[in-house]
Design a protein around this ligand. Sequence first.
Ligand SMILES: Nc1nc2c(ncn2[C@@H]2O[C@H](COP(=O)(O)OP(=O)(O)O)[C@@H](O)[C@H]2O)c(=O)[nH]1
Ligand SMILES: [Mg+2]
Length: 680
Amino acid sequence: MPSYTTADIRNVLISGHGGSGKTTLVDAMLFASGAVNRKGSVTDGSSFSDFEKEEKEHGHSIFSCVLHCDHQGKRINFIDAPGSPDLVGAAYAAMPAVETVACVVNAQNGIEVVTRRVMEAAKERNLPRAIIINKIDMPEIDLESLVSRIQDTFGAECLPINLPSDGGKKVVECLLGSEGASDFDTVKRCHAAILDQIVEMDENLMEKYLGGDEPDFSALHPAFEKAMDEAHVVPILFTDAKAGVGVMELLDAIVKHFPSPLEGNLRPFVYGEGEDEKPFPYNGDPNRPLLAHVFKVTTDPFVGKLAIFRVHQGKCSGQSQIYIGHNKKTIKLGHVFHLQGKEHKEADFVIAGDIGAVAKIEDLHTNDVLHDDHALDSVHLKPQVFPTPMYGLAITPKARGDETKLSVQLSKIAEEDPTFKWHTDRQTHEVVINGLGEMHLRLVLERLGNRGLHVDTKPPKIAYRETIQTKSEGHHRHKKQTGGAGQFGEVYLRIEPMERGGGFEFVDEIFGGAIPGQFVPAIEKGVRELLDQGAIAGYPLQDVRVIVYDGKHHPVDSKEVAFKTAGKYAFKDAVLKAKPVLLEPIVNMEVTVPEDKMGTITGDLSGKRGRIQGQDFIGGGMAMVKAQAPLSEVMQYQSQLKSVTGGQGSFAMEFSHYEPVPPQVQQMIAAQYKPKAEEE
Ligand SMILES: Nc1nc2c(ncn2[C@@H]2O[C@H](COP(=O)(O)OP(=O)(O)O)[C@@H](O)[C@H]2O)c(=O)[nH]1
Ligand SMILES: [Mg+2]
């Protein structure tokens, strides 16, 4: 067994916008705690966290990385996440593995796109949060107004538990102490503010405190931790990760105040399927059956496939025989590891609350549940919401014959990255890759290149959809006499629009055996064929209900194929009469730019058929514009933004919904559509 227990563990996700100093901070904490004997640095490629070849080349994090240190007899696991808006999926994917999300804020840039994203995502997932304001050494920063902006944006419960002092050369405690000089505000006031907030969690504490007693700080932890669990407190701490200021104090706060696995909020594990689904009542007892969740898989150059998991209950070792979800077959783990960046340290046990890894088990995939008791067969984590990747590229291998290799590698990358998707377009036969932005896909292409796969790229087709706007009737009679046996089938149907996102429904209302039951599936098959092919511009139809209610058959000549054709063309007949429209994907955009560029950005977005939904000065000389725009207009936004702001802005884009395209756009697209000549 390890020297620490479940109660001694702290799991912290270090997230926030790129360049805020997350990786530097993790390197600083590892060094300060003595976990490593030199201080890693992102600037010279010696970071323990940014160890991948691509990360060193680009000079920033691309993947999430698991590291740990021991401090005051406690084990702290860190997950250092990349901070580019394009790579935010890595932070979301790691959230089920931690009790606390620490969001690092750049003292110079203030609240940025990813700051908001992770703060909101953690809140939605019911995860305690902390805010670390880093780079307090930078010149011309206004920390006091940054704190109030944070409170305006994320709530008054964001309260400093220390403050910078001596011009940012050190920090002064204001939770456990009330004395000392600070660079802004006063320790006394901050001390009172945070205590006021915490004592609300505990009546006894409250009574004493109101009676004028200072609470017993050694007994403060339960109330503080509970306040974090309930988002009643979001502690703010200050650091200069480069110089190591506030780093020891941060480690102290993590072990003293942050929730342990026994205290933090439960992750949403459920069991049973469909309507029988119930929350699964697990706890961090290492002696109960194993419940572990794979939150990341990666390909390691030395050990091959590496699955990184969080143990939520029970424990495992190299000897453990485990099941993966529903699988009946047991698997021996072989070896289990603790991770320190690229280093794998063999572990005797990975106990409840801890993070571990196992190598070379090809059957293990992201989101798998490992357990050792059939009672847990159907336990799984409720599916998490990830941003839908909308940014696309069509790719073809430069070398002929590389198609299979390409699909193998793309599948691997998709498994390692929940916000990367790929598919082969049914019409163009192009391989289309989708990511959150240009940079995301550039990194994917690079990774393919590193694996010997070079591809040509071009913009893919937009994923338009078709739908109908009114009810209508359709009819088709299919009759064919070719030499011997004939074909006969006749179908009457009705169609009606369903609400957006409703998909497709097929209803059989055929009365009195007008069409024998055995042919109904063939009709549906024909209908679905058109659903796939579309009726006006070759895009899939959606949000339509098809009700087949009458027809005719022939005792000899009626065949499935005849009803399939009749179904398809009756449906087409109906669609063309139901005011069909083309739908286009609309994305939510969040653009952060220097204040003086705000007008240019809103003007530019309006010109792109965008709707401005809000604009805000967010401090630090920056403004944020929220808008919705058709994807087809903002496909190249990365380069457009760059040219408008001289490289200063950043943006995030995610799928929102489908909307009808303007009539002239529909006409243009439909005119380009040349349906394959088809024999009826
Ligand atoms: N002045 C100063 N620079 C810092 C600090 N923390 C990080 N940096 C620098 O900021 C840059 C980005 O740091 P990095 O750790 O990669 O940021 P990340 O993208 O959030 O992981 C690097 O050049 C760091 O050396 C800090 O506290 N003060
Ligand atoms: Mg980093």
